[in-house]
Each structure stands twice: as structure tokens, then as C-alpha cells.
Ligand binder design. Sequence first.
Ligand code: 1CP
Length: 362
Amino acid sequence: MPYKETMQTKVAHSQTMTPAVIEKPMLEALKGRVAPRAPIWLMRQAGRYLPEYCALRAEAGSFLNLCYNPSMAAEITLQPLRRYDFDAAILFSDILVIPHALGQGLAFVEGEGPQLPPLEKLSDIENLDMAGFEQKLAPVYETIQILKRELAADKTLIGFAGAPWTIACYMLHGRGGGTFDRTRQMAAADPAGFQTFLMHIADVTARYLVSQIKNGADTVQLFDSWAGLVPDSDFESHIIAPTKHIIDKIRAAAPDVPIIGFPRQAGKHYAAYAHETGISALGLDPQADIQSMPKNICLQGNLDPEKLLAGGDTMRRAALDILQAAEGRPFVFNLGHGVIKETPPEHVAELAALVRSYTRTV
Ligand code: 1CP
């Protein structure tokens, strides 16, 4: 049939032409481009404020089942993009899959957050299960592969891990929600042993993030949620050195992949963190002042999640202040911490529309 033949010839022809390169605006910003529109995604953009997440969570039975079920985890990753057309998808998982994959028990207790049986002593890290590590994390890599296939070409896929200090907080103290006293006491009592502990986690984390990249993550973010608990005199050893170790290892394996660091509540240490770790982009908490940050690096942040929860004029004014403060520099719009679970989804929709409609000076 001549008609069909013509169509086939056309299809075959178009397949041999070089496809137009579709850019990922978020990736370009991380690499230093100042564009007329700031890309946007939100920390914890998937999660309990979305009814479609709660439905799947109920079906899975437990949070960890969700994290290790590639098709469900991929579906949850994509849910916020369907609603808001964000520029990036963040892999749905948790920072605590690392201790879990190393064989430490982990349970997410409803209403109480994560609970781990705390390691008894620092040297216990040497006896954890490295052999089963990659195998236990295989479902995470499979989730990334699904996402890579399903995401539109202009979307950036973000992988992530907790930074060593924050992971040590949970591994040694056993649960969240406080000031991780046991971790801080163990660090103070045996500084050399604690440094070895952090570097061990750094090695494992670098391996995990390189595997995420090899499986398709476009960028990775290191969450150092509890960096603000570290005494000033220990910031270099507890935060900067292990982070730099991870970055050096990722760069050796994947030199072109940008890395985002989020040392939450690092205060006056933000600039040193940016310069000394070699991070590509700096995640800012709500307290950080955009204009006093180093000029030669992409910033990401820093809307107070409470302002998003409040919505209305409060939210609009705060978002516009941030967009104005970030004029003229590479920037990714985000919150300064995760979406609060009571946040009305309509507020998120309004925020995304506002950021998208703001034209930056280039
Ligand atoms: O449904 C539920 O009950 C689980 C709630 C939940 C969710 C949705 C937890 C438990 N983790 C997550 C997902 C998650 N965690 C993501 C996925 C993707 C997304 O952002 O959309 C990410 C990136 C994280 C990272 C994470 N987990 C951090 C770093 C960021 C931060 O919030 O500071 C931390 C500290 C955790 C530990 C954790 N996991 C879950 C909770 C409630 C906590 C915090 C515990 C505490 O207060 O110490």
C-alpha cells in the first residue's frame, strides 16, 4: 500500500535526523547559567500533603515498602510533577536507606518518625554488612531507571543521600526529632574514632551516589539537615571534610554531574562550605541571606515552608523577595526545608505559577 509506504519512509527519515537537543533548565542553572525563568522544585514535593501519596502509602503498608518498590516509588516521584509541572523530580526514597542497607534495623513509626537500634560503639561501623549493601539498594537503582524512561526530556532527575554527619546523628542516637545528644557526646569523647566513622560513611555514600548517577540521576543532593548542631570548632572536621571526600569521589567518576549541598542552618559557615567542599550549588535554609552568599555559585532555596503553609500575600511577598534577591545569578527556586504536611496543595500550585511567571534580568 503506497500510502503506508510513504509514511514509513517519512518516519524512517525523521529517525535518522539528529534530534533537537532539549535542555533541562534546572541542570543549566546548576551549571551556572542565568536564565530568564528560575527553575523550581520543592524539597519533600512528594509526600504526606498530597492525597495521592497518602493513598499509595496506605496500600504499601509501610514507608520502607514504598521506598523499595520501584514502580510505586517511581509513581510517587512523578505525582508532584503531574500537578505542578516542576522542573525536577527527586527520587522518592529516604536518607536512612544507607544505614538500613548496611544492616542496621530501621522502622518508621507512625507519628514518631524513624527509629534505629543505635550502634553501641563507633567501631561497630567496621562490622556492618558491606557485602549486601549494593544488592539491598538495587530497587532504588531500578526506580531511577524507570524514572529516566518516563520523565520528559526537559526535567532533571535528582538523586540524593544524607551527608555523613546527619547519617551519624541517626545511626548513633537512634531516632530523630531532638538534638542527637548521644551522637554529639560520642563525637566529643573520641574525636579520632568519630572522624574514622564519618569517613567510613562518606565512602559508602559516595559509592551509593555514583551508582545513582550511573543509573540515570542527572544531579545529586547531599542533605546535611543537622549541620546546625555542630559546634563552630568542629564544622571543618564533621561537615566540610567528609562532604569534600564524597564530592572528590563523585567528581572522579562523573566529572560533569553537578552536586548540590544543603548544610541546613550552617549560618556563618555557608561560604566556607561552598569554597572548601567544591560543591556545584548551595542549598539555603530560610535563615540564610541570599545577597551575602558567595557570588560564583548557583544558589537554591530558600522560602520558609511556613510561608507556603500560610499562602496568600504572605507567601507571594516572600517568594518575590527571594526572586529579587537572586537576580543576576544562577538560581533554583525551592523551599528552605521540606513541605509541611498540612500545606494545602493549592498553595503549591500558586507558588509554582508565580515563580514561572517571574521574568528575571539576564
Ligand atoms: O509517609 C510517611 O509517614 C513517611 C514520611 C517521609 C517521607 C515522605 C519520610 C520519613 N521520608 C520521606 C521521603 C523523603 N525523605 C524524601 C523524598 C522525596 C521528596 O523530597 O519529595 C527525601 C529527600 C527525604 C530526606 C530525609 N529523610 C531527610 C533530609 C531532609 C530533611 O527533611 O531534613 C531526613 C532528615 C530524613 C529522615 C526522615 N525520614 C522520614 C522522617 C519523618 C524523617 C525526619 C525525622 C526527624 O525528624 O529527625
